[in-house]
Design a protein around this ligand. Structure first.
Ligand code: ARG
Length: 460
């Protein structure tokens, strides 16, 4: 029999029963549901709303149910609609009448709100820890490659000299912001909606501060209508995950390019690549491609929940039951993508000679340095820029590089050029000269690495 059967004359249509039910996906909230109920029962007992003995019986019954669920001994039923009613009816079948006092001064609306917050709160912490592990992998890879010359690109055209370490630390900084975004979300959502009831609290003398404290929330939420209607925390979480996935997807795209024969900057470990069913020579970066693909799925979840919430009046509406699957799917996706992607980066073999060749070969990535050389000798930058533009044109016509031109050829366009131009064009000097904050110079990247290491250490 339904918990709410009293008002009804007929059984629920069986299709409606299935349609209405959320147990297939919200069963994963069982632990939070029991934890929330234990806190509620504790408070009811302390406030004298139920007797101390009743509170104790309820709490022991809930603990036993938790143990049985974790031992795999409990089967939930769609007839009980969702995890909340499944657990309540299990409790009733085990401890009898007293169980029926648990739902005093509570609604499923504040119950689901508190369960879902606790679930997301735990998962955020886990995701943060996985990102921090990835940061450590990036830092270690960067340390090995502080002097690994790599062309830096704009428009996917070789632009200025950089290093692999500099490039990896760019991603380390994106991931750092992903961590702080998740931390912000965590802090904002850490208020307890329990006690909001269906929408307007209750006339019982409940103690919301106490349940908030028991459940590790900073405080109770301030408005009961808002408490049961708000899914901002989930939307914010999905936004942070979408941005995180966008970062991973860009990184994935670069790895895919770098694995191609056109680049061959890296070779993925066999354990993190796949073969083709037809072409025997193929080794494909499927992990990176899947991460790029799954990014679309996470964006989809964000849009799903934004759309579910956009038109519903206060307070709870059943539409809101649609909040869970996108969040669960995102959690599963992010937790699957991050560690495999991190291990793929950890195990990939860098091909420094190919990166170096790309940086040196006829692409004039030291042209800015050539112009800067003239500026240091007194020429205004715009004029120096024109002079070097002409030199590049000459080089292209003659199949030369800037540093293979003779001093005479340099002096034909400007007599400011002297023997030291070759030092100025030397790639290592071009990189290490860029030691402004944020630059690719080895000393500066070492500082960037230390900053990320400190960020990770503060959180461990
Ligand atoms: N299964 C519901 C959900 O996930 C629980 C809240 C139900 N409340 C209600 N008034 N029907 O949203």
């Amino acid at each position: 029999m339904k918990l709410w059967a009293g008002r009804f004359q007929k059984e629920t249509d069986s299709a409606v029963n299935d349609f209405n039910s959320s147990i297939a996906f919200d069963a994963r909230l069982y632990r939070q549901d029991i934890t929330g109920s234990i806190a509620h029962a504790t408070m009811l007992g302390e406030q004298g709303i139920v007797s101390p003995q009743e509170a104790e019986d309820i709490i022991n019954g809930l603990k036993a149910i938790l143990a049985d669920i974790e031992a795999g001994n409990v089967e939930f039923t769609v007839d009980m609609e969702d995890i909340h009613m499944n657990i309540e009816s299990l409790l009733t079948s085990r401890i009898g009448q007293t169980a029926k006092r648990l739902h005093t001064a509570r609604s499923r609306n504040d119950q689901v709100a508190v369960d879902f917050r606790m679930y997301v709160r735990e998962e955020i912490q886990e995701i943060i820890n996985i990102i921090l592990n990835f940061e450590t992998i990036l830092v270690n890879k960067a340390k090995e490659n502080v002097n690994t010359l790599l062309p830096g690109y704009t428009h996917l055209q070789r632009a200025q000299p950089s290093t692999l370490a500099h490039h990896l630390m760019a991603y380390a900084n994106m991931l750092k912001r992903d961590v702080t975004r998740l931390e912000d979300c965590l802090e904002r959502m850490n208020e307890s909606p329990l006690g909001a009831g269906a929408l307007a609290t209750t006339t019982y003398p409940i103690n919301r501060n106490r349940t908030a404290e028991l459940l590790g929330f900073a405080k109770p939420t301030d408005n009961s209508l808002d408490s049961v209607s708000d899914r901002d925390f989930a939307i914010e979480f999905l936004s942070a995950c979408s941005i995180l996935m966008m970062h991973l997807s860009r990184f994935a795209e670069e790895i895919i390019l770098w694995c191609s024969w056109e680049f061959k900057y890296v070779e993925l470990d066999d354990a993190y690549s796949t073969g083709s069913s037809m072409m025997p020579q193929k080794k494909n970066p499927d992990v990176a491609e899947l991460v790029r693909g799954k990014t679309g799925r996470v964006y989809g979840s964000l849009i799903t929940l934004l759309t579910v919430m956009k038109g519903i009046p206060l307070a709870y509406n059943k539409d809101m039951q649609e909040d869970k699957e996108p969040v669960f799917d995102t959690i599963d996706t992010v937790k699957m993508c991050l560690p495999v992607f991190a291990s793929m980066i950890d195990t990939m073999v860098v091909k420094p000679e190919n990166m170096r060749r790309a940086a040196l070969d006829g692409c004039f990535i030291n042209a800015t340095d050539c112009a800067d050389y003239l500026v240091k000798k007194g020429l205004p930058f715009r004029e120096a820029y024109m002079v070097v533009g002409k030199l590049v044109h000459t080089c292209i016509e003659q199949g030369e590089n800037l540093d293979t031109l003779t001093l005479e050829e340099f002096r034909e366009v400007s007599d400011l050029f002297q023997e030291d131009i070759y030092q100025a064009l030397y790639m290592k000097n071009c990189v290490n000269g860029r030691k402004a904050i944020g630059g690719p110079a080895a000393v500066e990247v070492a500082r960037q690495i230390a900053a990320i290491e400190a960020f990770v250490a503060e959180r461990q």
